[in-house]
Design a protein. Sequence first.
Length: 326
Amino acid sequence: MKSEILKMLKTSSGYLSGQQLCEKFGVSRTAVWKVIRQLEEEGYKIEAVRNKGYRLTGEADVITQAELQSMLQTRWIGNRLEYFDETDSTNIRARKLAEEGAPHGTLVVADSQRTGKGRRGRAWISPRGVGIWMSLVLRPPICPAGASMLTLVAGMAVVKGVRKSTGLKAMIKWPNDAILSGKKICGILTEMSTEEDRIRYVITGIGINVNVSSFPEEIAEKATSLKEELGEAVKRSLVIAAVAEAFEEFYDSFLKTHDMSCLMEDYNKALVNRNRQVTVLDSRGQYQGRALGIDPEGSLLVQRRDGTVESVISGEVSVRGIYGYV
């Protein structure tokens, strides 16, 4: 009931009468008043006028179960939604839920994480109130070899979601880093459970620096946040909803071919590395070349100085700009 009342307050052009809410939900005025009080305690500014009702006059940057349910306009992402004020890691929670049979599209969101992690086991700092820490349970009907491409799909979703919700022109650094002003705003970690030759589930974790104002010294030169780039605080639930909508769109396109064929054009348009000189850091040695874009398998095509084209596979090497991170 709380999420429905919140949604009604957000979409109403005027006051919502207590009687109207009582009749819609079949509850007492006292029950409605208690919900309004809970919303106020969470940070919403609600005006109550005798004989008129309730009107939403202002919103804080709130992330709660009710807030997320009121914002999501998706078809299958978030049909099951699990929200935590604090958790160890949304990926850990999502994996546990997947093992228990959670359906495709289950969304896990936390206001803070104690043990968030990025690629190669690196810690991902996840403080309260400033970032988006979310994970999706996916059960794609594809072979395990194709699962790595889902991390590119996630990167595209973050970029489109950020553009839609903030107007900032985010770009992609291959394979899945979302970039603003040459600095990273997002980390994506995809984990998979398989059984013989089929996927049991994939967990896609997304961490976005939203209202972060400062970074540890070791990453300060290559990390930024939406707030830093926009110059004002950003409502996190708005970004979550936009990213979820974009993910559904790109995921459904991906399933048409089980590869990046339908998404290559959009991906390459957003690729900050494209037509730029890059350094490929390979365990067998590094080399330089010009990034051309991705192929249908999501590999980065790099043209060496002698004209030969290498197919760089995600997860096996690292690609950086010659003069900096991108």
